[in-house]
Design a protein around this ligand. Structure first.
Ligand code: T46
Length: 141
C-alpha cells in the first residue's frame, strides 16, 4: 500500500480553492468532494508536539482528515501493508475508509486537524486492539 497505489481504502482528495487579494477560500461539500454525507465534524488542537493520537481503527466509519494549520504525520495500516502521509496543506484531505488502523504523531506547534466523518461518535465502532483488528481484516479477506 503506497500513497500512489490507487487503493480504495486511502487517497488524497484535492479541494477547490478560490483565491483573490483577500486570501484563499476552500470549501467541502458532502457527497461531492468527500464520498459520504457528512454526519460529524471534529477537530484536534492544542496538541503537544510529542503527543501520539489514534491507535485504533473503525468498523464502519469513513473520514477525511485535514491539516487546517501546521502539520502532522499519519501512519496507516490496512492489516497487510503500511503507508504514511504528512498532512500540511489545507487544500488536501486524506480519505481513510473503514478498517484502516491509524496512528498520528509529529504535530507541529499550533497544528489544527479537522476531520469530516460519515457517522456520529460511537465507541462500539472502534477497534482499540491491533491484534483484534488484524484478525478481523484477515478473516474477512
Ligand atoms: C481519528 C483521529 C484523527 C467523542 O466524544 N466524540 C468524538 O467525536 C471523538 C472523535 C472522540 N470523542 C471522545 C472519545 C474519547 O474519550 O474523545 C476522546 C478521545 O477520542 P479518540 O481517542 O478517538 O481521539 P483520537 O484523536 O485518538 O482519534 C480521533 C478519531 O477517533 C480517529 O478516528 O482518525 O481522531
Amino acid at each position: 500500500m503506497t500513497p500512489d497505489s490507487g487503493t480504495d481504502l486511502i487517497r488524497l482528495i484535492d479541494l477547490p480553492v478560490v483565491s483573490d487579494p483577500r486570501g484563499d477560500l476552500t470549501f467541502v461539500e458532502g457527497e461531492t468532494h468527500v464520498p459520504f454525507p457528512i454526519r460529524r465534524v471534529y477537530y484536534l488542537y492544542n496538541v503537544p508536539v510529542d503527543a501520539e493520537r489514534g491507535g485504533h481503527a473503525h468498523r464502519e466509519l469513513e473520514q477525511v482528515i485535514f491539516a487546517l494549520s501546521g502539520s502532522f504525520r499519519i501512519k496507516l495500516d490496512d492489516g497487510t501493508a503500511r503507508t504514511e502521509f504528512w498532512l500540511r496543506d489545507p487544500r488536501k484531505g486524506l480519505y481513510v475508509s473503514r478498517l484502516v488502523w491509524r496512528e498520528m504523531d509529529s504535530f507541529s506547534q499550533g497544528a489544527v486537524c479537522m476531520v469530516l466523518a460519515s457517522r456520529p461518535y460511537e465507541e462500539g465502532d472502534y477497534f482499540r486492539s491491533h491484534a483484534e483488528f488484524v484478525e478481523q481484516v484477515r478473516g474477512a479477506s
